[in-house]
Ligand binder design. Structure first.
Ligand code: 5GP
Length: 125
């Protein structure tokens, strides 16, 4: 960030931060004061939606006690979205990848909702 202009955009902002502040488009399926949910740009299943906090949290390793309400909202909203998408009866999977070993690509906390087909084993053998 420029030392001369405190309003300059933070170039470290991730694509998900831009989606929250509506600087770039996404196929948003739900939004409230704490969380935003939108369809994954490269779906890995018939239904693939990401739920993110509106507040910037980089990874699960950065979560604090202050985030309990937001994390609870992410889970409850995921359940509602999954039901709305017709996944309630046959089920689905929620995934949060954390850092390198977890396979996290975008360093802005997000929960995947994946479903609409029988998913494979959770962890490749
Ligand atoms: P991760 O591997 O970090 O858990 O998952 C990141 C996910 O974000 C991937 O499934 C990827 O397809 C998705 N993604 C990356 N960039 C964008 C984007 O600009 N828009 C949307 N909607 N999804 C994105």
């Amino acid at each position: 960030m420029s030392p001369f202009n405190n309003n300059e955009a933070d170039t470290s902002e991730t694509v998900f931060g831009k989606i929250v502040r509506r600087a770039i488009d996404a196929d948003v399926v739900y939004r409230d004061e704490l969380v935003t949910a939108f369809r994954d740009i490269q779906p890995r299943a018939p239904v693939h939606i990401l739920v993110i906090p509106n507040k910037t949290i980089s990874t699960m390793d950065d979560v604090s006690e202050d985030d309990e309400e937001t994390l609870g909202r992410m889970l409850r909203v995921a359940s509602d979205i999954a039901r709305n998408e017709g996944l309630g009866e046959e089920g689905y999977r929620l995934i949060i990848n954390c850092k390198e070993h977890g396979g996290q690509e975008v360093y802005y906390l997000h929960m995947h909702i994946v479903g609409g087909t029988r998913l494979g084993r959770m962890i490749a053998q």
